[in-house]
Write a protein that binds this ligand. Structure first.
Ligand SMILES: Cc1cc2nc3c(=O)[nH]c(=O)nc-3n(C[C@H](O)[C@H](O)[C@H](O)COP(=O)(O)OP(=O)(O)OC[C@H]3O[C@@H](n4cnc5c(N)ncnc54)[C@H](O)[C@@H]3O)c2cc1C
Length: 479
């Protein structure tokens, strides 16, 4: 018989969400346990945000050196040393992971449990192997913060041992000769462009025309064309065949009625992520699941139905970015500890960034979410933007969406130089519920990329004036 640990709060997963939930719950009760199935260190530090940005940093250094000539600066014989690139990626990654592990080790030992957790019923969890030192945890409330994993589409399995996911890339000791990237979403675009800049032959395949998370057709088309000018990006490819051959994987696709094929050293599956909920034994609980098999939950309290179970981070299949995982973890941990007194937590304006060059970013509501309101769309192209041209980064487009009546900023989509920073200004303005004119009243230095944003805001402002004049005129005509 496995020993039974009785606690107030059990948290499944010691990732970003789980650690935030743990801190919040441990502030209220000592009867808390943080359960981790694998190694400590988080997805972000081990195989996510940090190693991907390390690879991109190396790629940008290579790209800068290769293009220095256009500024009159000769950097002859730029050579990428794949072994040294990957050595730095792994060393810095290990350093970030080390900080996380050090933090977890400051949590009291009696608060930590290593082993995979599965539900026996609504309140009881089996942790680890029942026949090999496992235990049962009985919890008054439970936080599911089990994260997500790469989803691999079945047809890619034909690539056999040459099929990889993002996790594998960061353990490379050398750069491969070539990679076919499937999925031009956030992860595919970031890794694909970085590998291309590091000298790896890359071709990227997608379906449905998607480019990152963008939903605005004009912005998406600009992103496609800018990125496709740098490496082959087929966002709506008809892939006919994937086959393991002697020297790699042959991919055959159809373009303009013609079959083409190329052999790649690896196939990278970046075709989305699946929440780690399917192996939790949710069928042993009374939780109500939606059609994706995710428990129905409230995005302000993180509570599943009216139950004592809370969901946080990538596990809930919504807003899979780090700062949201941390917020959701905190809210879930607080509510789990004070259950049944559940309160809504503070959520922020949506903000997401893809670290391609140029960056892709979205804030507030997307075009798909606002288009039916027929918003004002303020536009700017960065093709002739002063500072962007100075830096030879004059590519991209930014659209801001404003409410036709109140003039409030509703959202924005962009592919633009340094959009990671523009997106923050816009997200902060969105959260403050500023109008376009209030944003234009802020200072803009010269010459900066933000002047491009000002052009889009001015465009929106002029349209707002015209739209309001038309509305006033039609009101007085109707009187
Ligand atoms: C390549 C890549 C790049 C990214 N880049 C960015 C970026 O630049 N910016 C950004 O904001 N976000 C980025 N993200 C997303 C970000 O990493 C995630 O949103 C975040 O890490 C999710 O945290 P989490 O706590 O939900 O999950 P995780 O950190 O994955 O934690 C979940 C934990 O649960 C454990 N677990 C699973 N099942 C069980 C079980 N049954 N019992 C016990 N433990 C279990 C897992 O082992 C894991 O440790 C990126 C992701 C990837 C993959």
């Amino acid at each position: 018989m496995n020993p039974i640990h009785k606690v107030d709060v059990a948290i499944l997963g010691a990732g970003t969400a789980g650690m935030a939930a743990y801190r919040a719950a441990a502030a209220v009760t000592d009867r808390v346990v943080l359960i981790e199935a694998e190694a400590y260190g988080t997805t972000c530090a081990r195989v996510g945000c940090m190693p991907s940005k390390l690879l991109i940093a190396a790629a940008d250094a290579a790209h800068g050196a290769q293009h220095a000539r256009a500024f009159g600066v000769d950097a002859p014989d730029v050579r990428v040393d794949g072994a040294r690139v990957m050595e730095r990626v792994r060393a810095e990654r290990d350093r970030f992971v080390g900080f996380v592990v050090d933090t977890v080790e400051t949590f009291p030992v009696h608060h930590r449990l290593l082993g995979r957790a599965t539900f026996l019923d609504d309140h009881r969890l089996q942790v680890g192997d029942p026949s090999d030192g496992g235990c049962v945890v009985e919890a008054r409330s439970i936080v599911l913060a089990t994260g997500s994993r790469s989803r691999v589409l079945p047809f890619l399995e034909a690539a056999g041992d040459r099929l990889i996911v993002n996790d594998d890339v960061f353990d490379w000791t050398e750069l491969p000769e070539s990679v076919a990237v499937f999925g031009p979403g956030v992860i595919g675009l970031e890794l694909g462009q970085a590998l291309h800049r590091l000298g790896v032959r890359v071709r990227m395949f997608g379906v449905g025309g998607f480019v990152g998370p963008l939903s605005d057709p004009e912005v998406r088309e600009t992103a496609r064309s800018v990125l496709n000018a740098e490496f082959p990006l087929l966002p709506d490819a008809t892939v006919r065949h994937v086959e393991r051959v002697a020297d790699g994987v042959r991919v055959t696709w159809e373009l303009d009625g013609e079959l083409r094929s190329e052999v790649f050293a690896h196939v990278l599956a970046a075709t989305g992520r699946t929440p780690n909920l399917d192996r939790l034994g949710l069928e042993n609980t009374t939780l109500v699941l939606d059609k994706r098999r995710v428990p129905v939950y409230d995005t302000e309290t993180m509570q599943a139905g009216t139950s004592h179970i809370f969901l946080a981070g990538d596990a809930n299949a919504d807003l899979p970015v780090l700062h949201e995982a941390a917020d959701e973890g905190r809210i879930a941990g607080e509510n789990a500890a004070r259950f049944p007194n559940v309160l809504p937590g503070q959520r922020r304006s949506p903000l997401s960034v893809v670290f391609t060059d140029p960056n892709i970013a979205m804030i507030g509501q997307s075009w798909d979410q606002v288009k039916d309101r027929k918003p004002i769309v303020g536009r700017v192209s960065f093709d002739d933007q002063g500072r962007a041209r100075v830096m030879r980064q004059n590519r991209g487009r930014l659209h801001v969406y404003a409410d036709r009546v109140t003039g409030r900023l509703l959202g924005a989509e962009m592919v633009a130089p340094r959009a990671e920073h523009l997106a923050h200004l816009l997200a902060w303005s969105h959260q403050q519920q500023l109008t376009i004119d209030q944003m234009l009243a802020m200072p803009f230095y010269h010459p900066v990329i933000e002047e491009g944003l000002r052009t889009a805001l001015r465009d929106a402002s002029a349209q707002l004036v015209a739209s309001q004049a038309t509305a006033t005129q039609s009101n007085s005509t109707n009187r």
